[in-house]
Design a protein around this ligand. Structure first.
Ligand code: FES
Length: 206
């Protein structure tokens, strides 16, 4: 039956009361998931986790650094190149031999008795870089020097120059038979590398 005030032909809108339906705005309780041990133990656990993570990170970093350093250290073949062995019996008296050591030329001179005498006759007070021959050659017949001019690094020529030793053509430096600078712009004598004489007429450089 149409209601009063309702246009004819329309059925009255029926509204339902939702008060009986379940309230979806209720927040569920999570109390049963809460730790019963309180705040202090939670904090201790957090500290433990942070500390453990830190310690593990430190160990990881330490291992990484150790691996890196192990990779950076010289390998056996590089170490082998650090020293060079020369058989001196193959170098005749009065001859020069040039070998390569650590990428640089090394001059080895088998000096004659006259050359040794000449080297010792020089008054070292007259030298720009005063050094006796004995300070440069522990075995007088063998002179071992870096073949690098002390001016700007050219490679001097052997058996040349005004002093019968080595001559650097780059800017005209003259070295004597002991490799000492005698004339020209070079400030120092040719450098003597670390070397030793071993059994069996062997020279070890490095
Ligand atoms: S580099 Fe030898 S004289 Fe200049």
């Amino acid at each position: 039956m149409p209601l009063i005030g309702t246009p004819a032909g329309l059925v009255a809108q029926v509204r339902f009361n939702h008060s009986s339906a379940r309230d979806t705005t209720q927040i569920p309780s999570f109390d049963k998931y809460k730790s019963g041990s309180g705040d202090a133990s939670n904090r201790a656990f957090s500290y433990f986790m942070v500390g453990t993570t830190g310690a593990l990170s430190f160990l990881g970093a330490k291992t990484t650094v150790a691996d890196f350093l192990a990779n950076m250290s010289a390998s056996a073949d590089v170490l082998a190149l650090a020293k060079v062995e020369v058989d001196l019996s193959t170098i005749p008296e009065g001859r020069n031999v040039t070998i390569k050591w650590r990428g640089k030329p090394v001059f080895i001179r088998h000096r004659t008795a006259d050359e040794i005498e000449e080297a010792n006759s020089v008054n070292i007070k007259d030298l720009r870089d005063p050094q006796t021959d004995a300070e440069r050659a522990s075995k007088p017949e063998w002179l071992v020097m870096l073949g690098v001019c002390t001016h700007l690094g050219c490679v001097p020529i052997g058996e040349a120059g005004d002093y019968g030793g080595w001559y650097c053509p780059c800017h005209g430096s003259h070295y004597d038979i002991s490799g000492r600078i005698r004339k020209g712009p070079a400030p120092l004598n040719l450098e003597i590398p670390v070397h030793s004489f071993e059994e069996g007429n062997k020279l070890v450089i490095g």
